[in-house]
Ligand binder design. Sequence first.
Ligand code: NDP
Length: 248
Amino acid sequence: MQDNTSRVALVTGGSRGIGRACVLALARDGFDVAFCYRADDEAARRLEKEAGQLGVRVMSRRTDVTDGPAVRSFVEEAEDTLGPVDAAVTAAGITRDNPLVLMDDDQWHQVLDTNLDGVYHLCRAVVFSMMKRRTGAIVNISSVAGVYGHASQSNYSASKAGIIGFSRSLAKEVGRSGIRVNAVAPGFIDTDMVAAMNDKARKDITRTIPLRRMGRAEEVGDLVAYLVSDRAEYITGSVLQIDGGITI
Ligand code: NDP
């Protein structure tokens, strides 16, 4: 990629948390941004306005990443409105935690459908156009749970490990076409996803993190913005952990 002026980025799960921080970091770097989300129209409108104030074009669409044709329409609409896609970030994700012995089929499939199929759907929808233009950067949000596993998260860990295998395979396939594909594996990041924890659980976890705090969504957004920029032109197939050292 040459520079970030008038370039287009797509973000799934952009309305809240890490995806939202990615939208803002990319907009700050000069990308026009299209993001999708599942349900929270109000949060999406607020973000469209906030990111638009950074002087770039921003659009959002309610699009469920589990729905392949809907994701393709989202990508087509974004390309018609903003232009060809230079960067794609998949941040849409959910948890449905349970020990395996208690897990039901819905909990398994909802997590795999959203976290892993969602990544496939977006990457499948953007990759051909990137190959034709011989440029592009993809960042898929995995998790340290996908690298090391996490009790009561066999569904989530499987989806996040799947993202790593997928990203590395795709990096090998499309490197010769000038496209880079990386995965980011956050540790505990203070978003709605971890807000459900009670105070004691948060304190217990924080004690196990060498940097003694949870991460901020903005810190992940900055890493993603770096990975899609020219400064990361020789990085592909990597899994970058951003976890305060919790996995040391
Ligand atoms: P949040 O719950 O804060 O936000 C999730 C976002 O994903 C929302 O914008 C939500 O939209 C969207 N989303 C969920 N399901 C769908 C769907 N089916 N289709 C489209 N959009 C969807 O999560 P985080 O920001 O914490 O997490 C973002 C990513 O980072 C996830 O992939 C998560 O697994 C990963 N991650 C998070 C960590 C953390 O500690 N927070 C740690 C490691 C990884 P809406 O608001 O409309 O529902």
